[in-house]
Design a protein around this ligand. Structure first.
Ligand code: ZN
Length: 454
């Protein structure tokens, strides 16, 4: 069996995925839902969806946890600005994420936990840190004592003294050291809060992910994923919190998906420098965005642009046009279960640009076979292409069309059966004649009727 290797940010090398019981446990930092998802968020969701499909095809079980940060400063701020309850704002944006990801053929995660559903686990972890003197309470806030954890900085390659000199102190915080970060924030008047041993307040952002990931996956889970912008401080802090609290290893491997920028800058909800997921879905077939994203390696930065999307669109059209050509030339299809070149591209740090290039090579060969009338070659090529599309989560439109057609056919057949049961033979025969008049074949067998397309 071909091993799957993914580049690990912590050890700076490709690392083999070796789940203990054949189930790969993955935690992927999901959205903070202060606003609607933008196309920058979708890169991570699409890459993780394709990776999960590939791993499953390789025979692994996959447990994928994608959290929702539904409480934080920005959620509170934004809901005040809109004059609505923070829960309503968070839920609205969460539902928008569910809608757009499902429209993009991204499968729902195994669990999509919300931070507010895990306050108990968060408080337990913070208490452990306080007990072990890795955290301290200060005027109702609780801070992590960064200097108490010597391994701090290993993931991001940062030196603690350099960080110290660059750190700024926010006068509203009550830290002992500017490097320390909040685990628990006391509630100001009018803010949402939960009860805790340190008074009413809410969790800090970083602690949520340490608590939720290990709640669902246990310690030492296989892969922690997230955007490149989360390496520091978010992921650095996640490691420090969990390992200092428990003495157990947190995640075995770290996968970071690079940014999808817009005119050279990171997309950001706060500056309004964004293209929403909805905008893209209104303009393009979902497969086009998947193509745009998977043609670039997940560790390469890329730029969202109209030209880039148009290019992805014509690339996708080359595939869908070919598939339509195949549909009308073949009345039976082959199925292949193996495609070693494609598999080895993906097994090697999920090299989707190489994998998609192979797909276009198949289309080229397939078009040649079509033109030359080489049916067996065409069958082989289209079978490989269908396997590749399936593994990466593309969903050609004809599938949806044929599903609908199947439904329609069964409605017509049921209707005809009812007519015959009701002894309306005249109408049943009229229906049969109409079907046959349209050039289709209707067969009555002892197991029921079926319609065949000539
Ligand atoms: Zn996170």
């Amino acid at each position: 069996m071909m091993n799957v290797e993914i580049y690990d940010t912590l050890s700076h090398k490709k690392k083999r995925l070796e789940p203990l019981d054949n189930t790969v446990r993955i935690y992927h930092c999901g959205m903070t839902v202060q606003a609607r998802p933008h196309v920058g968020h979708l890169r991570g969701y699409i890459v993780m969806d394709a990776l999960r499909r590939f791993l499953r095809w390789k025979g692994f079980g996959v447990k994928l946890i994608q959290n929702i940060t539904d409480i934080d400063d920005k959620v509170i701020e934004k809901s005040r600005a809109e004059g609505i309850d923070w829960r309503m704002l968070a839920e609205r944006n969460t539902q928008e994420l569910v809608y757009v990801t499902s429209a993009l053929n991204v499968e729902p995660p195994t669990v999509m936990p919300r931070a507010t559903q895990h306050i108990e686990e968060i408080i337990r972890l913070v208490s452990l840190l306080v007990d072990k003197k890795h955290a301290y309470e200060s005027a109702g806030d609780v801070y992590f004592d960064v200097r108490s954890y010597p391994r701090y900085g290993l993931l991001s390659g940062k030196n603690i003294d350099d960080l110290e000199s660059g750190a700024r102190v926010d006068p509203s915080e009550n830290k002992r050291d500017p490097l320390d970060f909040a685990l628990w924030k006391s509630a100001k008047p009018g803010e949402p809060y939960w009860f805790s041993p340190w008074g009413s307040g809410r969790p800090g952002w970083h602690i949520e992910c340490s608590a939720m990931s290990t709640h669902y996956l246990g310690s030492g889970f296989d892969l922690h994923a997230g955007g490149e912008d989360l390496v520091f401080p978010h992921h650095e802090n996640e490691i420090a919190q969990f390992e200092a609290a428990t003495g157990e290893p947190f995640a075995k491997s770290w996968m970071h998906v690079e940014m999808l920028n817009l005119s050279g800058q990171k997309m950001s909800k706060s500056t309004g420098h964004v293209i929403t997921a909805r905008d893209v879905l209104e303009m393009y077939d979902p497969n086009v965005l998947r193509m745009f994203i998977l043609r670039v390696h997940y560790r390469a930065q890329t730029e969202y642009s109209f030209e880039g999307m148009e290019e992805a669109k014509s690339a996708w059209e080359r595939i869908s046009t070919f598939l339509t050509g195949v549909e009308s030339s073949l009345d039976e299809h082959n199925i292949v279960l193996e495609y070693p070149e494609f598999e080895s591209a993906l097994a090697d740090d999920f090299n989707t640009p190489k994998a998609t290039a192979l797909m276009f090579e198949l289309v080229r060969q397939g078009n040649e076979a079509l033109a030359a009338g080489e049916i067996s070659k065409l069958k082989e090529v289209s079978a490989k292409l269908n396997l590749a599309l399936d593994i990466l989560g593309f969903k050609p439109r004809r599938e949806r069309g044929s599903e609908n057609l199947d439904k329609l056919v069964s409605i017509i057949l049921e209707f005809r059966t009812e007519l015959r049961k009701a002894k309306s033979f005249e109408w049943a025969d009229k229906l049969r004649d109409a079907i046959q008049g349209a050039g289709l074949v209707l067969e009555d067998t002892k197991d029921g009727s079926r319609i065949r397309f000539k």
